[in-house]
Design a protein around this ligand. Structure first.
Ligand code: AGP
Length: 609
């Protein structure tokens, strides 16, 4: 959701900014712009639409000279996507330019005050207000750091803000609150960005900017300050993955590449928390004596992370016999939940999702302990939680998550098994068998991927469907809601996921001739029941497809489209059943000519409410 890049160094800035913005395209945007300092003057170029328009306008960067600049991809919040609303914004004299990610909640009030002080506004954005607020305080105090700290004292909301002042032509200033920002330093240059892939080509040495920290970036490095403008010491983190991990690596789309990375992601996540055949949470900090006393778990997340939580609920309750409730983070944060003594697990790939972060804070406010299941190192949720389980999915670029969801499931299984072990709700032999079974998942996912053409063919057969229903019971329902979301977000086909038993309570009225109903059938005793529900829809003209565990004999139904998944423990079937569903969404999106990795209206990391 909006991307920011900044550079100051010995090289020409514009090609570096454009390259960085390309790496952040996955975040979602509808306009883009750059501001580059040259000989004490700021040059701004902005364009509505894709980055390639900005590249054309700047001759791939060659036409805009200067070694210090900031760039931005904007995902519209205040005001339509347009050149005027695109960032950077500047003051009337063009001596200050800024880019911003996030939302300034009190922008209307600040704008009114600035208008009273003689400012004119040309765009509908909160960012123009932010820029002019910094300008106001810069003119008042003639101090670039002070202007930024005064800004921070007056605005409410979230922001990652980068500012250039003509009077400091070799410096970029920045601040952040609840919107991600990282700083990279290399020989002869310094960078800022919303996310690591933007600068990975140049450096692996990265600082994670803390909330309300101000940064002064010069070509020889970065200096950090608190709001009182006192210097703060920070230690850089070494990024362990390389630039290739954030490239397509021969696949047509990031999503397909990431689907194929899932066997490795499962193995890496298992290796992180399983040592010598035993689940070891010492790195996470969760102690047995804490787990032993635990009498409840609340899981919160958004979108697919929430869906992973739904799977986890079934698994934890069944194995560890501890009550679990799963909630949408956006609801949990506002409903003043009654809770005491539970562990709150916040699941998030990015670790920056605004609602999930707010839910985490709400839980902490209630005195609850929090465990973050997060993929991005050093992200806000990871930093604020009491315990962190880092999923080992590596950088996920495709907006539609696949491998991060898979890694979240693994984290959930491990948590459930560990809790069961500590609470002694299952025998040691069962614990060990479950851990052994988990280790077979990478190979089983490989097998499913090797058979992907079957799904591709099925996608070709169903490409014209406008309504798809996913049904299942228990974990099969939980995986259905994820399959349905995948389909919606990238193929734009309307889809619903229903607990199979619930279908006849209303939704079955939507089934008509040709409606595709996809049944997930991996949960032993529940299979027959879901099959009956499928048959009911078949009698009303539905086209039936099923995802079934190998070896299961379905009752005589005449279902022709059956996709088998390898056998595994019934608690882990979501990890296999989701693969054909991800592939189906992917191939339907490709066949419909959609932008698979950057679906319309969506952003990778939703840092606003
Ligand atoms: C999944 O494909 C989505 N793009 C979306 O639902 C996502 O899972 C959700 O926004 C949560 O993101 P997070 O994991 O980064 O918190």
């Amino acid at each position: 959701m909006c991307g920011i890049v900044g550079y100051i160094g010995k090289e020409q800035a514009t090609p570096i900014l454009l390259d960085g913005l390309k790496k952040l395209e996955y975040r979602g945007y509808d306009s883009a712009g750059i501001a580059v300092m040259n000989g004490g003057e700021i040059n701004i170029v902005k364009a509505k639409g894709r980055l390639k328009v900005l590249c054309q306008m700047t001759d791939d960067g060659a036409a805009v000279k200067g070694a210090c600049g900031i760039g931005h991809t904007r995902w519209a919040t205040h005001g339509e996507p347009s050149e005027t609303n695109a960032h950077p914004h500047c003051n009337d004299e063009k001596t200050i330019a800024a880019v911003h990610n996030g939302i300034i909640e009190n922008y209307a009030e600040l704008k009114a005050k600035l208008i009273r002080r003689g400012y004119t506004f040309y765009s509908q954005t909160d960012t123009e207000v932010a820029t002019k607020l910094v300008d106001y305080y810069y003119k008042k105090y003639n101090d670039p750091l002070r202007a930024i700290s005064e800004f921070a004292l007056r605005v409410r909301g979230s922001y990652a803000l980068a500012v250039m002042y003509c009077e400091y032509p070799e410096t970029v200033f920045a601040i952040r609150k609840d919107s991600p920002m990282i700083i990279g330093t290399a020989k002869g240059g310094a960078f800022l960005a919303s996310d690591v892939p933007a600068i990975l080509k140049y450096t692996k040495s990265v600082y994670y900017v803390d909330n309300l920290e101000i940064v002064r970036l010069k070509s020889d490095g970065a200096t950090f300050f608190n709001l009182d403008r006192e210097e703060v010491e920070k230690v850089p983190v070494e990024i362990t993955w390389d630039a290739e991990a954030a490239e397509k690596g021969g696949f047509e789309h990031f999503m397909l590449k990431e689907i194929h990375e899932q066997p490795k992601v499962i193995a890496d996540t298992l290796n992180y928390a399983v040592k010598n055949g035993k689940i070891d949470f010492s790195e996470i900090g969760l102690e047995n004596k804490f787990l032993k006393k635990l009498n409840g778990v609340i899981i919160v997340g958004c979108g697919s992370a929430y869906h992973a939580g739904v799977v986890m609920q079934y698994v934890i309750e069944d194995i560890a016999r501890v009550p679990v409730r799963v909630e949408l983070a956006s609801e949990f944060r506002y409903r003043n939940p009654v809770a005491s003594g539970e562990l709150v697990i916040v699941i998030s790939q990015s670790g920056e999702t605004a609602d999930s972060l707010a839910a985490l804070r709400e839980a902490k406010k209630k005195g609850l302990k929090t465990l973050a299941v997060v993929n991005v190192l050093g992200s806000s949720i990871a930093r604020e939680a009491d315990y962190v389980f880092y999923t080992k999915a590596g950088p996920e670029i495709s907006v539609a998550t696949t491998k991060a969801y898979t890694a979240q499931l693994i984290a959930g299984y491990l948590f459930a098994i560990k809790l069961a072990e500590v609470k002694k709700t299952v025998d040691a032999a069962v614990i060990s068998a479950l851990v052994t079974e988990l280790k077979t998942l990478p190979e089983k996912v490989e097998r499913l991927l090797a058979d992907k053409e079957k799904i591709q063919k099925f996608a070709a057969e169903t490409v014209d469907k406008n309504n798809v229903f996913f049904i299942g019971r228990g974990i099969d329902y939980a995986v259905g809601i994820e399959g349905s979301l995948k389909l919606k977000e990238i193929s734009y086909i309307h889809s619903e996921a229903y607990a199979a038993g619930e279908l006849k309570h209303g939704t079955i009225s939507l089934i008509e001739k040709g409606t595709l109903v996809l049944g997930v059938l991996t949960q032993g005793a529940l299979i027959e029941k879901t099959v009956s529900n499928l048959v009911e829809t078949q009698s009303r003209g539905a086209l039936i497809a099923t995802v079934v565990t190998q070896g299961v004999r379905l009752p005589e139904t005449g279902f022709e489209r059956v996709f088998y998944v390898p056998e595994t423990d019934s608690h882990f079937t979501a990890s296999l059943a989701v693969i054909p569903l991800q592939l189906l969404a992917y191939y339907l999106s490709v066949l419909r000519g959609n932008d698979v990795d950057k679906p319309r209206n969506l952003a990778k990391s939703v840092t606003v409410e």
